[in-house]
Every structure is written in structure tokens, then in C-alpha cells.
Write a protein that binds this ligand. Structure first.
Ligand code: ZN
Ligand code: ZN
Length: 406
């Protein structure tokens, strides 16, 4: 029997709830896969409305749009491109799932039980966490997923920047669910999980207090999109952030996030956005000597090369400088050059300026705006600059005591 409360059409209030995973089991349980609505398609007007709302809020608050037009158009074209294969056939995520369900299922949970609904919510989200984590840790999977990370702006349009061939690997992570969860229930949650991830791609929402403990939020997902070192390989969650907290990949938002790939692609060409990394893997594969190394090029992390650990070396990730850090570094360089000039001139106030420079150095160092070239020499550097501060400090005091400056 059909579920009388489940509807094919989506009302406005349902549409809004749809974007936040606030649907109830009884209104979204279906007996067959064919009855399951194309929620993602039905959400299109809500994608557009929320993007316009974000634009308005950003204009009012900051006096500027939340991103660039060219970047947003590239994201939207990636979104459209990624949906095109579905015009011709059911997605591989569903085809493979139905095949396993029909041939290998162990038990069939009841499609109309709220328990099945909630269990599937957790199971799909858990599957998403591992798929997403592997999409960052396995080079050939990253070739698909990197598309989503190639935007250097962070706004709702970024959510639409989807890969064309990511689904060819993601289905593997959901296939164990086909041993006991009916395809119709899985198809509903697969869409809800994707739709939930739309609203978290924004800078207009700050910290959400206690919700940050359980849910994946804009703040958590901003970290995921960052190329600052503290952001790399963190916060893989889809809906619940608990998976990152459990498996040790959680990182809270701290210093300002700089978005995009560690090696920016600098292009708006839709096919390059989708496929450039596959070409990169292909050339690296042939340029790397040895069978096992070639194998590793495909299956180890994007940062791997012969002789390095599986996920590469974190110190090799290029620094993403925040505007503040950049400005402070420029000021420090100017102060250094001034100080050198004064010392060469043997001016009396050189000692005082050099003391000041050493103090500024130590402060910037402490707050992470300056970093050593060789990390293991960090402490030695700090001691050396403390001695310099003391040395020049004493000279400044002597200078001050000995008479007026010229
Ligand atoms: Zn990602
Ligand atoms: Zn994202």
C-alpha cells in the first residue's frame, strides 16, 4: 500500500524545510523508488531564492556582493554540467544500489517505519563522511572532488560547483546499506544529505552556538574549504559534525579562512574545472618511475610523491596568507629596512629602533604571523631574537642615559 501522507509535489513551506533536512519520516517515505520525487530538481527555486537573499544580506552588511560574478557563473555551470548525465540514465549511485538490494540483501527493513528513516539518515551521513574523506585522501577520487574546492570565493553558489564524475566513486561507500535499507528510503536521504549541504556554503552566517557541537554548520564547512594549513583535511561532515569529532578530523574555525585549492587553477573554463586534475594525474603517472610508485600516484594522497608519507607533508602546503598577516609582514619588512639604514648610518636612535624591531618580531612570531623556514629551528630563533632584544635594549638605555639624540 502507498503512503497517503507522502506527496510528489513540494509546497513552499516543505521546500524551505527541505533545504535544512527538516522533513518528517511520514511525509517522505515511499514504497518504490519510482515514487521518490526528484527533490534536488524541485529545490531549484529555493537555490535561487536563497542566493538572492544572501546577496541582499551581504550588500546590507558589507556593502558588497558575497562573491564575484565570473566565479559564481563557473560554479553554476559546473552544477548544471554535473546533472546532465542524469538526463540519460538513472545515476550510478542508484543503479548499483538497486542491483545489490535485489541480488544480495540480507534483510529488508520496512520502508514505512520511522526507525528505518532515522537509521538511513545516520547511515547515509556516515557513508558520506567516509566517501568525502577518501575523496581528499585518494588522488584519483580527488580528481573528481577538487572541482568543488576550486572556487576562491565562498558563497551559496560554491555549493553548486559539483564534479561530473564524483558519483563514479561515491556509490561504493553507500553500497553496504543496500544489504538492508530499501532503495526508496536511501534515495530520499541521498538527496536530503546533498540539499542540506547547500546552506552551509556562506559567510553571512557566523557562529551558531550549541548547534556547532552536533551539526555541520557554515563555520565548520568554511574550514573545510580553506587552504590555510590548519584547514587542510578537516571537517568532512555532510550533515552531522559528530563523525569528524569521533574520527579525529575536526577543526574549529579560528584565523580567517582563505578559500580554494592550495595550487589555484586560475580558470573559469568549465571543462578545465572538471578535468584538469585527471590530466595532471596522467602525466604524473607516466613521469613517476616504478610500478608501486605509479600505483601510489593513483591511490595515495594528492600531496604524495616517492619517499613521502601517504598524505604528503603538511609543511609543503603553500601558506595561505590572510590580509592581516600580509600587511603585518610588509610593515615588518619596512621596519627592518629602516633599522638597517639607521645602523649603517650609525645614528644614535638605531639601537632603539632595533630593539623595537626585535620586539615586533617576537610578537608577530608568537601570534603566528611569521613562521620559520625550518620548523625545527623555531626555538633557536626565538632564543636568538630574545638575546638580540636584550642586547639592543641595553644599548638603547645607555644611549638614553648618555644624552640627547642627534
Ligand atoms: Zn571536500
Ligand atoms: Zn563544500
Amino acid at each position: 500500500m502507498k503512503n497517503p501522507e507522502a506527496q510528489q509535489d513540494v509546497s513552499v513551506s516543505q521546500g524551505i524545510r527541505l533545504m535544512f533536512y527538516m522533513m518528517k519520516p511520514n511525509e517522505t517515505s515511499f514504497r518504490t523508488l519510482e515514487e521518490v520525487p526528484d527533490y534536488v530538481k524541485k529545490a531549484t527555486p529555493f537555490f535561487i531564492s536563497l542566493m538572492l537573499l544572501e546577496l541582499a544580506v551581504s550588500w546590507i552588511r558589507k556593502g558588497k556582493p558575497p562573491g564575484r560574478v565570473d566565479d559564481s557563473l563557473t560554479s553554476m555551470s559546473a552544477g548544471i554540467l554535473s546533472r546532465l548525465p542524469r538526463l540519460f540514465s538513472r545515476s550510478i549511485e542508484l543503479t548499483s544500489y538497486v542491483y545489490i538490494w535485489e541480488n544480495y540483501r540480507l534483510i529488508g527493513l520496512p520502508w514505512d517505519s520511522p526507525w528505518t528513516w532515522y537509521l538511513t539518515f545516520l547511515a547515509v551521513d556516515f557513508g558520506y563522511y567516509w566517501f568525502h574523506r577518501m575523496a581528499h585522501e585518494v588522488n584519483i577520487m580527488w580528481a573528481g572532488h577538487q572541482t568543488h574546492h576550486s572556487s576562491e570565493d565562498y558563497n551559496l553558489s560554491t555549493a553548486l560547483r559539483q564534479s561530473v564524475f564524483q558519483v563514479y566513486t561515491s556509490w561504493i561507500f553507500y553500497s553496504p546499506l543496500a544489504l538492508f535499507i530499501p532503495p526508496s528510503v536511501y534515495a530520499v536521504h541521498l538527496q536530503f544529505n546533498l540539499l542540506y549541504q547547500f546552506w552551509i556554503h556562506t559567510e553571512v552566517i557566523g557562529n551558531l552556538g550549541p548547534l556547532e557541537l552536533i551539526l555541520n554548520t557554515p563555520s565548520h564547512h568554511r574550514v573545510h574549504h580553506g587552504r590555510n594549513r590548519y584547514c587542510i583535511d578537516k571537517n568532512y561532515a555532510g550533515t552531522l559534525i559528530i563523525w569528524d569529532r569521533i574520527f579525529g578530523t575536526f577543526e574549529a574555525e579560528s584565523e580567517k579562512v582563505v578559500y580554494g585549492l592550495t595550487h589555484p587553477i586560475n580558470t573559469f573554463e568549465p571543462f578545465k574545472v572538471q578535468f584538469h586534475y585527471l590530466i595532471y594525474i596522467w602525466t604524473t603517472f607516466w613521469a613517476t618511475p616504478g610500478f608501486f610508485n605509479k600505483f601510489s600516484v593513483i591511490f595515495k594522497g594528492p600531496g604524495w610523491s616517492p619517499g613521502k608519507p601517504r598524505l604528503g607533508l603538511s609543511e609543503e602546503i603553500p601558506e595561505a596568507l590572510s590580509q592581516v598577516t600580509l600587511l603585518l609582514r610588509v610593515c615588518f619588512i619596512l621596519l627592518t629596512l629602516t633599522s638597517i639604514g639607521l645602523l649603517l648610518d650609525q645614528r644614535p636612535k638605531a639601537a632603539l629602533v632595533e630593539t623595537l624591531r626585535c620586539l615586533v618580531f617576537l610578537t608577530l612570531w608568537r601570534f603566528g604571523h611569521l613562521k620559520p623556514f625550518i620548523p625545527s629551528l623555531s626555538l633557536a630563533f626565538e632564543i636568538f631574537f630574545s638575546i638580540c632584544t636584550a642586547f639592543w635594549g641595553v644599548r638603547s638605555i645607555k644611549q638614553l642615559a648618555s644624552g640627547p639624540w642627534k
